[in-house]
Design a protein around this ligand. Structure first.
Ligand code: SF4
Length: 373
């Protein structure tokens, strides 16, 4: 398949690893922001092939994982209402709330429907005029344009029985928060190429300059990732801290302008709580006043008083900040497995705990059995 197979090519990956081995002189810690990159790294064993000076830590870029418990509980409350059809992407259904998940609401008779596009919710709304259709609008900047467009379409088509439960988060404020407040020491970042496809990387340039960290816009295949690490280590060894684009087949500096325009038309920045991490100032989107009629939390104000109860065992907040690896959690692979998850990072296809479980990483790999590059 064009643009995929050549980025999975073993000889090219090994050649990039060889170059990396030749240039790295001292220990460096790099965070891959996106959970999709975490899965690619663990699946292909790249972390075991890197020179020992390089440590990879996993960042908070999993939209399902960082959706706050409060929003999950609100989703469960809305989905339990007989006058609501709740519409969501499939991987939100097994994310544990305080007492239960959306699957158990569905099993108890709640009308919950899984879609691949938020625009499908409008069709459901037209077909069910006696119900309010609530779409769970989660995600980073990648999903925001389609969700914004759905609200615009609802307004243009005068579909009044549609509402959005908004839980959007954005990457640049999270990078700032990690560098300002976290105990984790990150020397450089691999930025998430799909987010940058939408947003470009102009927002990252002031961050690289302010915090003196290289940020490399990186794709999702083994060649992409090793190339991103190579560019990051090259900068670090040369004492540079810039934004560079290792995903130019998809990303331009300014990003997708029409997508950014529709985001700005519908959403405005707001403080957002990230599950396991806490509130990060101005790190999310909320609906603008002109679109408040489509805000599910305003349409059903009773969900605003929900109280939450997080698992006392789950350390996913530390995993999401790169402070702990999944196998350091006492519940990993025991009480917490994908079928009975205690935290969202074991549910999501982008969650670090799910990646370590799926690919059998139950312990750190001792140096003796590390595969040589
Ligand atoms: S293994 Fe389970 S309980 Fe432990 S941090 Fe991951 S999701 Fe939470």
């Amino acid at each position: 398949m064009k643009y995929i197979n050549e980025y999975r090519e073993e000889n090219l990956t090994r050649s990039l690893l060889e170059q990396l081995k030749n240039i790295v002189k001292q220990p460096w810690t790099i965070m891959e922001i996106c959970g999709g990159q975490t899965h690619a790294i663990i699946k292909s064993g790249l972390d075991q092939l890197l020179p020992p000076e390089i440590t990879l830590i996993h960042g908070p870029g999993c939209p399902v994982c960082v959706t706050p418990l409060e929003l999950i509980d609100k989703a469960i409350a809305l989905a339990s209402r007989p006058d609501v059809i709740f519409v969501s992407y499939g991987d939100m259904l097994r994310v544990p709330g305080s007492e239960r998940d959306l699957f158990s609401v569905k099993a108890a008779g709640g009308d919950i429907r899984i879609v691949y596009s938020p625009l499908d919710s409008l069709k459901i709304a037209i077909q069910n005029p006696d119900k309010t259709v609530v779409f769970f609008g989660i995600g980073f900047e990648t999903t925001a344009p389609a969700n914004a467009m759905t609200v615009v379409q609802a307004k243009n088509q005068d579909i009044s029985n549609f509402a959005l439960l908004v839980s959007h988060v954005t990457v640049p404020p999270a990078i700032s928060a990690l560098l300002e407040t976290s105990q984790v020491n990150v020397d450089g970042f691999l930025a998430a190429g799909h987010v940058n496809t939408v947003m470009g990387y102009w927002e990252y340039e002031p961050l690289a300059e302010k915090y003196k960290v290289p940020i490399i816009v990186t794709g999702f295949e083994p060649v992409d990732i090793v190339n991103g690490i190579l560019m990051c280590i090259t900068q670090l060894e040369e004492g540079r801290a810039e934004v560079e684009n290792a995903y130019s087949r998809s990303v331009q500096q300014k990003g997708n302008q029409p997508a950014q325009t529709v985001i700005k038309q519908v959403f405005e920045p707001c403080n957002r709580s990230w599950r396991g991490i806490g509130v990060i100032p101005m790190s999310g989107y909320k609906l603008r006043k002109e679109f408040s009629a489509y805000d599910a939390e305003l349409r059903f104000p009773e969900v605003q008083t929900i109280t939450t109860k997080e698992s006392s065992v789950c350390i996913s907040g530390l995993v999401l900040q790169g402070l702990k690896k999944p196998y350091e959690c006492p519940a990993f692979g025991k009480e917490c497995i994908p079928q009975t998850p205690l935290g969202a990072t074991m549910v999501s296809s982008e969650g670090a705990c799910a990646a370590y479980y799926r690919y059998g990483r139950f312990t750190d790999f001792p140096e003796a059995i590390k595969v040589s590059a």
